[in-house]
Write a protein that binds this ligand. Structure first.
Ligand code: UDP
Length: 242
């Protein structure tokens, strides 16, 4: 196996599927099957869960809600998604799953304790990470990189919906755009390629964490990446076009 331990960033959009909000049954089943497929292949899996299908901190402005408070609401949205994901994973497979949250909610989930999370992964337990960092003013992109580093994951796999890689320009508006096979962290930042928040890309760059952006709708994509196949775009040290 090319990657033995990965962290997956699951955006709320991937949970909503084709809808703008909420939970798509088909999407959730697909997410669970992809994660269980990795688990069955022996890959150790952590999942940083987003909340954008329910609430994002930036929405608070609509009602004049202070940003820090709005971000708390966003973090609670990630907790709802995390518990839902645990439920669907357990309904569709026999893997052990633990939700670990950065905001203490002791009766429903474990607190995030780094060494305990590592031990879970070593024991082939799927670790679902809720509430990001537990602090406002970031999305779940930054904590996805942070936790991937803390848990010594080999790579971050970013499951965003409607994206199959990183392009030289926005494919919706530029017919001549080209997809990167690999793209350098600095290119993503300099050209504002918006695959992930810039703060997350900077942290990954400083610690040489590979990030994969790929078509999450394609069954088996994450497993192929873990087996060393080229799928989508890898953010790393150098630029190469398809
Ligand atoms: N959030 C936060 N701190 C964190 C992680 C998330 O405040 O460490 C809040 C923030 O408001 C964010 C929301 O939770 O907008 C939901 O996360 P995100 O936007 O990353 O969801 P996604 O876009 O991945 O669905």
């Amino acid at each position: 196996m090319h990657y033995r331990r990965i962290l997956m960033k699951l955006s709320g959009g991937a949970i909503a599927g084709d809808a703008a909000w909420g939970f798509a049954p088909i999407a959730l089943n697909h997410i669970a099957d992809e994660i269980l497929g990795l688990h069955q292949a022996g890959v150790q899996v952590g999942v940083m869960v987003g909340g954008g299908n329910i609430f994002r901190g930036e929405l608070g402005e609509t009602w004049g809600i202070e940003r820090a408070e709005a971000d708390n609401i966003g973090m609670m949205a990630t907790v709802i998604n995390s518990l839902l994901l645990r439920g669907v994973l357990q309904a569709r497979g026999h893997a052990e799953v633990r939700v670990m949250t950065a905001i203490p909610i002791n009766t429903v989930a474990e607190p995030f304790i780094r060494l305990r999370a590592v031990r879970h992964l070593e024991n082939q337990v799927i670790v679902v990470l809720a509430a990001g960092t537990g602090n406002p003013y970031v999305t779940t992109d930054y904590p996805a990189v942070q936790r991937a580093l803390e848990l010594r994951a080999d790579a971050l796999l970013a499951a965003k919906n409607g994206i199959d890689g990183i392009y030289t320009s926005d494919p919706r508006y530029d017919a001549n755009t080209r997809r990167y096979r690999t793209v350098a962290y600095d290119t993503v930042i300099r050209n504002d390629l918006r695959a992930l928040d810039q703060s997350a890309v900077l942290l990954a760059r400083d610690h040489h964490l590979p990030i994969h952006v790929f078509d999450f709708d394609a069954p088996g994509a994450m497993l192929q990446i873990c087996q060393g196949a080229h799928v989508g775009t890898r953010i790393g040290e150098e630029d190469a076009l398809e």
